[in-house]
Design a protein around this ligand. Structure first.
Ligand code: SAM
Ligand code: SF4
Length: 469
């Protein structure tokens, strides 16, 4: 079945009287992959006749597309479910039905445990089986507590309907496209290989068809995403192997596409051709999210990251040689089991050596079933908090420094939406910064050169200096 095929057994239900009053809310937690999956679930709900709800208050179908990466993320979902149970009960008394779905990585990891902790949940569906949502919702009409956390052999993407052009246009001019899923790296701290399953790449033709449809509906920037996107190894239309560098070049060639990005990358998969793409593919934005997690070789080995600090610094040097203005970002974990003050200092040293444009830092969170959760030397919460604060202060200083250094430069901005003030539009620089400028709404979807006049804590301010194109 092609991606544009209407789902088997699912009639576009917009015409029925009931369908016009039913609304769905798909709430996304966690990573970009979940944002993408949520959009695809919204497309499915649309086919089932659900309109878009503005909030939980007017939603008949509520899907929480969950994250399980850290304990906090999971606990947040249970507390949200508690509130939704009350809402569902009030509505039931008023004679109105509410269907509650838990999707995503928490669903995959905890399955029936979710129903035990919160029996108000109607459906639990994992990230690899959400294309079956229509059948699962039908089943939930006749029995409670439907679970599907299989890793089905059928290709989820082949069973998903194409996003309607109106929905694509509503979502904006920059879009995510999942090209790779799952992970075989098994870093000692991480749940992803268990919740998202083995690494798999979509065929390049299917990805490019999807990008073509997005571009026709007004998308100008695509971010190719995957848990390990640079491990992408698909087949092209002729059945030949193609890596991420080839896919980026092909995506850049899709008519209408002006800018391409990709995330998230593992250092060991930064191949020479991918590094060269930063030099050769003009539409590839000079921004790379390359998580290193720690600046200590001892910690990296214990994390099973399969590279040393010197390898990482070598890759950074190669990338900077290919594209001198590239902006780098990373993820860091502090307080990993066994991390000493000296290990943490080595992380600060690495940050100083690289110089990041922006980054994320997290306190290590022990995840059940992962090797690190069983390791000796679990670090005290107070120590983790102090290290996090110190690292975040350094990263913030670098971010402000990077933004400040953009003042006076001319940057190409792709305008995405209206700004906060009347007569203002906002877009993204090549380095992912939000840039505000005075200009008409007709600029949305266009690129223009902007002279940067000022840098605030979270955005840049500028003046358009070239005609939009
Ligand atoms: N595949 C990417 C990579 O190799 O770097 C990372 C994907 S993971 C979904 C996003 C980030 O969450 C990781 O880079 C890591 O910093 C963080 N993370 C994962 N497991 C964690 C844990 N148990 N505790 C704290 N942070 C964690
Ligand atoms: Fe998790 Fe990334 Fe490691 Fe895979 S490579 S196990 S997604 S941190």
């Amino acid at each position: 079945m092609s991606e544009s095929t209407t789902l088997e057994g699912v009639r576009p239900a917009a015409a029925t009287a009931q369908s016009q009053t039913r609304r769905a809310l798909i709430k996304s937690f966690g990573c970009q992959m979940n944002v993408y999956d949520s959009q695809r679930m919204a497309d499915l709900a649309g086919l089932l006749g659900y309109g878009e709800a503005g909030g939980v208050e007017d939603a008949d179908l509520i899907v929480l597309n969950t994250c399980h990466i850290r304990e906090k993320a999971s606990e947040k979902i249970y507390s949200e479910l508690g509130k939704l149970r009350e809402l569902k009960e009030q509505r039931r008394k008023a004679g109105r039905r509410t269907t509650l779905v838990v999707a995503g990585c928490l669903a995959q990891a905890e399955g029936a445990e979710i129903l035990r902790r919160q029996p108000a949940v109607d459906v639990v569906v994992g990230p690899q089986s959400y294309h079956r949502l229509p059948e699962l919702l039908r089943e939930a009409e006749v029995r409670s507590g439907v679970i599907d956390t299989d890793f089905p052999i059928e290709d989820k993407f082949a069973h998903l309907p194409a996003s309607p052009p109106e929905a694509v246009a509503r979502r904006g001019v920059a879009a995510f496209v999942t090209v790779q899923e799952g992970c075989d790296k098994f870093c000692s701290f991480c749940v992803v290989p268990y919740t998202r399953g083995a690494e798999a790449s979509r065929p390049a033709g299917a990805v490019l068809d999807e990008i073509g449809r997005l571009a026709s509906a007004g998308v100008r920037e695509v971010m190719l995403i995957g848990q390990n996107v640079n491990a992408y190894h698909g087949l092209d239309r002729a059945g030949r192997a193609i890596g991420l560098a080839g896919l980026i070049a092909a995506a850049a060639g899709v008519p209408g596409i002006r800018r391409v990005r990709y995330a998230t990358s593992h250092p060991i998969d930064m191949s020479d051709d991918l590094i060269a793409a930063h030099r050769d593919v003009e539409a590839l934005a000079p921004y790379l999210h390359l998580p290193v997690q720690s600046g200590s070789d001892r910690v990296l080995a214990s994390m099973n990251r399969r590279h040393r600090v010197s390898d990482y610094l070598g890759i950074v040097a190669q990338i900077r040689a290919a594209r001198s203005d590239i902006a780098l970002s990373s993820d860091f974990i502090v307080g990993y089991p066994g991390e000493t003050d000296a290990d943490f200092d080595a992380t600060l040293d690495l940050v100083r050596a690289v110089g990041y444009a922006s980054s994320f830092a997290f306190k290590y969170s022990a995840r059940p079933g992962t090797p690190a959760a069983e390791m000796d030397g679990q670090v005290d919460e107070a120590v983790k908090a102090a290290r996090l604060a110190a690292l975040q202060a350094l990263l913030e200083e670098q971010r402000q420094g990077f933004n400040g250094a953009c003042v006076g430069r001319r940057l190409e901005v792709l305008f995405e939406k209206r700004g906060r003030r009347e007569g203002q539009v906002v877009g993204r620089s090549p380095y992912m910064q939000a840039v505000y400028a005075e200009g008409p709404l007709s600029l949305i979807g266009a690129m223009a050169e902007v002279e940067i006049l000022g840098a605030g804590p979270n955005s840049l301010r500028g003046r358009i200096v070239s005609p939009a194109s």
